[in-house]
Design a protein around this ligand. Structure first.
Ligand code: URA
Length: 193
């Protein structure tokens, strides 16, 4: 028999107490996730940045503003999806997450995913994609292709921040959000039949 799902506020409270890796020493607060607890689509980013650490919510800085625009392309609103990160604490200077930090933090995202039980997981960038798909294949090859991880449909997309640094990624990102909107519409039609 499968384990019962842990309510999100309980997982959040456990994360807030976490001292499993040194990132806890530099955090203002943990950034657990935000959105609809029954979301059909779960977006997973990398880790909180400075603004997220201060405000306690994922994707509230420049990348977050752009993410809100991209959600609109797929016909989605921020309130109807759920947004989380691989890491719940900010790495200093926004450096990349380290393997041991990802491993220490992984149980929170795993339980969060089990409880939300989305139909689609959209992985934003390399860290989330590698975590969810357990692959070494990079986001440049995987973005915009529908994958499966267990019961979940997984759709890897470039990280929105990548397009803020490299404008050439904007078109790919916007095309992938268009495709996401189409995939959601097709899945809806199948459900309605
Ligand atoms: N980048 C991320 O991956 N997550 C955030 O919450 C903010 C920026």
């Amino acid at each position: 028999m499968s384990k019962p799902h842990i309510p999100l506020p309980d997982i959040e409270a456990q994360a807030a107490q976490c001292r499993r890796c040194p990132l806890c020493d530099g955090r203002t607060q943990t950034v657990f996730g935000v959105g609809n607890p029954n979301a059909r689509v779960l977006f997973i980013g990398e880790a909180p940045g400075k603004n997220e650490d201060l405000q306690g919510e994922p994707f509230v800085g420049a990348a977050g503003k752009y993410l809100d625009e991209l959600l609109g392309i797929a016909g989605l609103k921020r309130e109807e999806v759920y947004i989380a990160n691989v890491l719940k604490c900010r790495p200093p200077g926004n450096r990349n997450p380290r393997p041991e930090e990802i491993e220490a933090c992984a149980p929170f995202l795993r339980e969060q995913t089990r409880t939300i039980d989305p139909e689609f997981i959209v992985t934003l960038g390399n860290f989330a994609t590698k975590f969810v798909l357990k692959t070494e294949i990079g986001i440049t090859r995987l973005h915009g292709t529908l994958q499966q991880a267990g019961k979940f449909k997984v759709f890897p997309i470039f990280h929105p921040a990548a397009a803020l640094y490299d404008g050439s990624k904007r078109i790919a990102l916007e095309d992938d959000f268009t495709t996401l909107g189409e995939l959601l519409a097709i899945a809806n039609e199948i459900e309605d039949k």
